[in-house]
Each structure stands twice: as structure tokens, then as C-alpha cells.
Design a protein around this ligand. Structure first.
Ligand code: FAD
Length: 406
């Protein structure tokens, strides 16, 4: 085998976010060689995903990763749906899912810590490279493989692989190199995330809270934070006309958070971040030897904490199928099944649920709002309604639906 042929005999992974590292670990543990190309010089630690749902924990448990996740994260058995003026509307107890999952709760753990855990566990395996500061600029494919053109601090380089998996986020270069569309829409408003060590639990808030309001809804949740002692994040919608400078201004930040929960003295706001929010799904997750997973394949608003979880589910599904092709000579058509299974549920569950979550939180019609709140009260009061409801929002139903697609 020539050096060039040898270099082809691997999988290229674009992107070292949570989905890229999940793909990487799943390939490594099966003995499939890979090169992971990440544009950044480190794993990004901006405040994004912090909520991990039961099926995701089950998957990580099956490959020996969940123990470390549980050690670093904390368990949330209930979450609250609130009205900003009226207080608690419904308190959802996830323990009722104990009959269908060994993890009937949410785990709060920041996504960069999941990346660190996977990166550290990868050290036990050989035959792979993780290359930081390798920004993919162009991708081509031919009958035998894929070529990625990359810029690096040492100049441009090219990499060959048998397959390439684009886990390179919403602006995926891999997806742009495929013949696929990325249809959907972008919300006019951006989401402002403020992080503070102030303990909202003293006011009766749960670890996770969705707080409806026709003027300014918000989401409030607690993640472990850098010292593991807890960091609260408050998410607000913003005025589409406002600049980042105005939104980050100390006085405006204090006014916003004090307006939500007045207290004596200023909040110590540790981080402020602003995100554009989209609802889009790729028209196909596969084009020949190129595949996409995670945000490269689907993006959605963060209400419900589903995007990264969904991307992790993509990663497990895809690497299972790729392993059958790699080792057992299974048909490449399996990769179309990956596309059908995962794209269908992205439309039917991920998009539908997250769009609905936002609509409900910001509902302006008082009658529709009251009706929805009555529905939630009825759900928590009746286990026969609560169980199927939580099966959906805890992402268990979507997994079963994906498996049913052949
Ligand atoms: C405020 C907020 C809160 C959220 N909360 C949750 C939550 O609680 N639960 C949940 O499930 N999801 C949540 N999400 C969504 C979650 O953050 C994303 O779904 C997740 O980051 C997707 O992971 P990924 O690995 O697909 O992409 P990313 O995390 O975007 O990683 C992509 C990686 O690819 C690299 N890259 C990009 N382009 C290139 C290139 N050309 N060459 C090389 N490398 C490249 C990037 O540098 C990056 O490291 C939230 C999102 C936001 C904004």
C-alpha cells in the first residue's frame, strides 16, 4: 500500500465540538482510524448546551463514558414551567420515566466538559490524530475517497480519507460542499445569555425553569460552572434593533436581570453572550462519501435543551452504520438509512418541539396562554398524561421513531 493510499484509509472528521468528539470516540473504540480537523486552537467553552437527556446518557453509558459525566454534572429530577407574573404553573417530575430508562432525570453538564471527557478517554486508543488550528476551506470527493483542503499555522495542507463526517456546526463547510440545501428560517431576535453565581434556588426556582411572558419570556437554569459549585444562566430574547454593545452594557444587563428577579445590590454577571437562533434542517445528511451530523445537519432554538443531544444521537447512529460498512462490507445504502432515520426525526421532533416551546413561552394571546397553562396543569396532575408527555420532551419517543424507519 502506498503512503497516499494508506492516508486514504481513514475517516476524516470535521469539527471538534461535542458531536465531533462523540463520532471520534465511537470510531476509536471500534478501531477505525480517523483524523479530526478542528479550526479553533482549543475546545470552545462558550455557554451553550448544559442539559443532557436520558437517551443520551444511556448511549454514553453503553460505551463507558457516563460515569465520568455523572461525576462532573448534577442530576435534575424536576423542572418547572412558570409564568413570569403568576409563578409556578407546572412542576414536572422526571422520575416517572424510571420504568423506561435507568436515567429518569436530566444531567446538567456543560458541553465543553463532555468534549474534555471524550478527548481524555480517547488517549487510551491509537491510530488517530486530533489536529487543532486546522480550518477546512474546501472539500472534494471522488470514487475512492475525500480530499479536505485545510489552512494551518504551517501553511495549507490536504488530507485524504475514505469517508468524511461533517460535525463542523451550523456554518458547516462539509455541508456546503455537498449538494444539499439548508432550508428553514432565522428568528429576528437574538438570545442573550447572562451567567451569574447568584443562587436563584433561594427564591424557589428549580434547577431548570422555563418562564413564559408575552413581553419578555426567559429560561433559567443552573450548570456546574468552572469550580463545580454552580453557575446560573438566564436566557432572554432581545430587541432585533439593539446592538451587541447596547445589550452588553452593564446598566442594561442589570436592569434586565433585576426586572426578572429584583434583589438588593447588583448581580455579579460573570459572562454575557449573544446568539443568533435558527430553525433549519439539511435536505440530505449524505452526499456520496460526505455525511453531516449535529448542528451541521440541523439547528434549532435552545429551549428544551435538545440540539446537542440530537447531534449525539446522530453520531451514535452513523458510527454504528459506518462500522458495519468498514468491517463487514455492508452496503453503502446503510448511510442513506442514517439520513432517513435521523432527518425524519429532526423534522418531526426536534424542529416541531423547539418551535412549539418558543411559541408557548412568548404567547401574547391571554386566552391561548391560559389554555396552554391549564393543559400543563392537567398533564402534571395525571400520571397517564405525564408519562407520554415526558417521553416526548425527554427525547425517548424520537429515538423509538428513528429506529422504526427502515
Ligand atoms: C445558548 C444555547 C444553549 C444551548 N443549550 C443546549 C442544551 O441545553 N442542550 C442541547 O442539547 N443543546 C443545546 N444547545 C445547542 C448546542 O450548543 C449545539 O447543538 C451543539 O453545540 C452542536 O454541537 P456540534 O458538535 O454539532 O457543533 P459545534 O458545537 O458548533 O462544534 C462545531 C466545531 O466545528 C469547528 N469548525 C467549524 N467550521 C470548521 C471548519 N471549516 N474547519 C474545521 N473546524 C470547523 C468549530 O470550531 C467547532 O469546534 C444550545 C445552544 C445555544 C446557543
Amino acid at each position: 500500500m502506498t503512503a497516499q493510499e494508506e492516508s486514504r484509509d481513514r475517516v476524516l472528521i470535521a469539527g471538534g465540538g461535542p458531536v465531533g468528539f462523540t463520532v471520534a470516540f465511537n470510531l476509536a473504540r471500534r478501531g477505525i482510524p480517523f483524523t479530526l480537523l478542528e479550526g479553533g486552537d482549543k475546545i470552545f467553552d462558550d455557554p451553550r448546551a448544559g442539559t443532557i437527556h436520558p437517551p443520551t446518557l444511556e448511549m454514553f453509558s453503553s460505551i463507558g463514558v457516563s460515569d465520568e459525566m455523572m461525576k462532573q454534572g448534577f442530576i435534575v429530577r424536576n423542572y418547572q414551567y412558570r409564568d413570569r407574573r403568576e409563578g409556578v404553573v407546572a412542576d414536572f417530575d422526571l422520575s416517572i420515566l424510571g420504568d423506561v430508562t435507568p436515567f429518569p432525570f436530566r444531567l446538567m453538564l456543560e458541553q465543553h466538559k463532555l468534549c474534555y471527557i471524550l478527548r481524555d478517554m480517547l488517549k487510551a486508543y491509537g491510530d488517530h490524530e486530533i489536529l487543532m488550528q486546522h480550518q477546512i476551506t474546501q472539500v472534494e470527493q471522488d470514487a475512492s475517497g475525500v480530499t479536505a483542503h485545510v489552512t494551518t499555522p504551517d501553511g495549507p495542507k490536504t488530507f485524504r480519507g475514505r469517508w468524511m463526517i461533517g460535525c463542523d456546526g451550523g456554518r458547516s463547510q462539509v455541508r456546503k460542499s455537498m449538494s444539499v440545501d439548508f432550508d428553514g428560517f432565522t428568528y429576528p431576535e437574538r438570545f442573550l445569555i447572562l451567567s451569574t453565581r447568584y443562587d436563584f434556588a433561594q427564591h424557589g426556582y428549580a434547577i431548570t425553569n422555563y418562564i413564559a411572558d408575552p413581553q419578555e419570556w426567559c429560561a433559567l437554569f443552573k450548570v456546574p460552572g468552572n469550580d463545580g459549585n454552580g453557575m446560573w444562566r438566564v436566557v432572554f430574547p432581545t430587541d432585533p434593533e439593539a446592538s451587541q454593545e447596547q445589550l452588553f452594557d452593564e446598566a442594561s444587563v442589570q436592569a434586565r436581570i433585576q426586572g426578572f428577579n429584583p434583589k438588593q445590590g447588583a448581580y455579579d454577571v460573570v459572562h454575557r453572550n449573544l446568539y443568533s437562533v435558527h430553525q433549519r434542517v439539511a435536505s440530505s445528511y449524505r452526499d456520496g462519501r460526505l455525511m453531516v451530523a449535529g448542528d451541521a445537519a440541523h439547528i434549532n432554538n435552545p429551549l428544551g435543551g435538545m440540539g446537542m443531544n440530537f447531534g449525539v444521537h446522530d453520531a451514535f447512529n452513523l458510527t454504528d452504520k459506518l462500522a458495519s460498512i468498514w468491517f463487514d462490507g455492508a452496503s453503502h445504502d446503510l448511510l442513506d438509512l442514517y439520513d432517513r432515520q435521523r432527518r425524519t426525526v429532526a423534522q418531526e421532533y426536534l424542529q416541531r418541539q423547539t418551535i412549539e416551546n418558543k411559541k408557548n413561552l412568548e404567547q401574547k394571546d391571554p386566552e391561548a396562554r391560559a389554555r396552554f397553562h391549564d393543559e400543563l396543569r392537567a398533564i402534571v396532575a395525571d400520571p397517564a398524561k405525564l408519562h407520554p408527555y415526558l417521553m416526548k420532551v425527554a427525547m425517548i419517543e424520537g429515538m423509538a421513531r428513528a429506529q422504526s424507519i427502515t
